[in-house]
Write a protein that binds this ligand. Sequence first.
Ligand SMILES: *Cc1c(COP(=O)(O)O)cnc(C)c1O
Length: 340
Amino acid sequence: MGTTTTTIDLRSDTLTKPTAGMLHAMAHAEVGDDVWGEDPTVSALEARMAERFGHEAGLFCPSGTMTNQIAIRVHVADGDEVICSTEAHVYNYEGGAIAATSGASVRLLAGDRGRFTANDVEAAIHGDDPHYPRSRLVVVEDTSNRGGGACWESAELDRIRGVCGAKGLALHLDGARVFNRLVAKGDDPVAYAKRFDSISVCLSKGLGAPVGSVLLGGRAFIHAACRVRKRLGGGMRQAGYLAACGLYALEHHVERLAEDHARTQRLARALREARPVKSVLAPETNIVIFEVDDVVAVLERLKSQGILASGMGPGRVRFVTHLGVDDAMIARVEAALASL
Ligand SMILES: *Cc1c(COP(=O)(O)O)cnc(C)c1O
């Protein structure tokens, strides 16, 4: 490194730190014991998020892993099968929790950038035969992280909803970055969210809160989810200090995601011109994944210029834009890419 300029951290949108406004909101939060149902700020966040997506109720949890895995636990019984993408966070990055917490097996679907089709789902559903696990739940991840922030087609989501409804399967959305999708596509959140039986929304990604995710669903579902959260140790006491950050983010950090999206477009243009870059997955939101021969060398070269990126498996590097990245930083990255 050895420069006086600040590091540009494009490794993940989880690396954001609370802004001054968010810290102010946190310091002034009204709190109580949320396990006793007495934290007004947590209750307000749960209600606000549920209302935003047109679901009946919400449950504030420490992480998106917990909201996803609670949802899976409530939707499936031991020995049931969960259908998701080969790229899915719930399968790849949650410590084997589908097996450990829900005792369920997983049917993986290949597809395009983390997205599969209703036909894929239909073909994967088992008949009622004791040889097979009972197909019970489909998980969609929108945007798809390993898919380079790709958004699902609304029409395909409708068809998947249709198959789930006809075959008696539940449909869960891993919406860690659902606000990126909604902003990118200009969808109405309520119309979008209607298709899903449950939704996990992360506050600690692009929205810039330090901690937390909200699980959304029907009242009975959230009631059951609250018991699982307690069992997993996710009941938090004066959690309103954290929920206040989430409320602040909903007010101030949603529309600005469009700026992150514009910046990944700039990065993609520079990447297409960069010598070591073989291909770029066209960015749709705040993530851009590109292919190189030597990931370690590229990460080192970038790091020497104060730019941090993350490896995404063999031959792949990921840049993620977020609230801690501004236009001046993007200009520095463009210059660095031109000299790679
Ligand atoms: C970050 C993320 C989660 C949840 O992660 P936590 O670190 O547990 O909050 C879930 N799904 C996707 C796609 C993610 O990117």
